[in-house]
Design a protein around this ligand. Structure first.
Ligand code: B1M
Length: 215
């Protein structure tokens, strides 16, 4: 039953079918499929396929936008179903997509899972200037600043954020974690970020490690 839902979810995203993706997100949850499984095996492979089609010139902007809309609707429904941890807050993070980048689906999933694991997260949204990351982290008294980017052209902003933090003498105070499709551990090491996460579950693991080493 799950397999059928995953296949249909992939198709709905590839076809940019907003009604179908909304219905499938709801149906998948009603069937008792774990929200993260539903994302990982259904909707995410769907949007990745859309990325491949777009990247190889087989899909154009209107199709990309429609598929993104179908993905956003499904993500909102699934994120809302991730059980939120009521326990003591285990750490505070500010997270945003860097300036110049409008992609926020992955960041939103990551934030939902962080919150589900008891972290207090301030979502800065997308297209976030470096100064705002820093200001909000100070105001929120964050332990960690997380940045997401999907464009190779905006990866450099993560590097600039590291540089600004060092310049302001804030690097020991705030740990950093970076993520996003083109981001790698190698990139994180190169720019001096404290952690890199491949996906939301890896993010939770890495943040726990960062907080353990900080205490
Ligand atoms: Co755009 N786009 N897009 N797009 N888009 C990509 C990224 C692209 C790879 C497609 C392609 O060409 N194959 C390409 C970038 C190429 C490059 O940089 N080399 C691209 C392009 C070119 C563009 C535009 C420039 C197109 C244009 O207008 N000509 C434009 C840029 C706009 C801008 O940002 N300034 C654009 C626009 C859009 C939409 C708005 C239509 C839409 C985004 C809607 C939205 O986000 N609300 C969109 C989409 C949907 C995509 C693809 C198809 C899918 C992205 C996505 O949501 N993935 C994407 C192709 C792809 O990545 N395969 C593509 C699903 C999501 C769950 O994964 O975000 O990777 P991801 O998040 C993962 C991990 O990376 C990690 O965990 C998440 C969960 O597993 N993670 C973190 C992410 N952030 C993290 C932070 C952490 C930790 C882990 O800690 C802080």
């Amino acid at each position: 039953m799950s397999e059928k839902t995953f296949t249909e979810a992939i198709e709905a995203i590839v076809n940019g079918d907003v009604d179908k993706s909304t219905e499938l997100a709801k149906r998948g949850l009603e069937l008792g499929i774990d929200p993260l499984e539903l994302m990982t095996h259904g909707f995410i492979p769907g949007i990745n396929r859309v990325g491949d089609l777009f990247g190889s010139g087989k899909l154009f902007i209107p199709g990309l936008v429609k598929s993104a809309e179908a993905m956003e609707k499904a993500t909102a429904i699934i994120n809302a179903a991730i059980p939120q941890e009521q326990e003591t807050v285990s750490g505070k993070l500010v997270i945003g997509t860097v300036e110049g980048d409008m992609h926020d689906i992955g960041k939103t999933i990551v934030i939902s899972l962080f919150r589900a694991n008891g972290f207090d997260v301030l979502d800065l949204g997308r297209d976030v200037p470096i100064a705002r990351f820093i200001e909000e982290a100070e105001k929120f008294d964050a332990d960690i600043i997380g940045s997401s980017t999907l464009l190779t052209t905006t990866m450099g902003v993560q590097k600039e954020l590291e540089e600004e933090l060092k310049k302001a003498g804030l690097k020991p105070r705030f740990k950093t974690i970076v993520g996003g499709a083109p981001v790698t551990q190698r990139w994180a090491d190169r720019i001096g970020a404290d952690a890199f996460a491949q996906d939301a579950s890896d993010g939770v693991k890495k943040v726990k490690q960062l907080l353990d080493t900080a205490s």
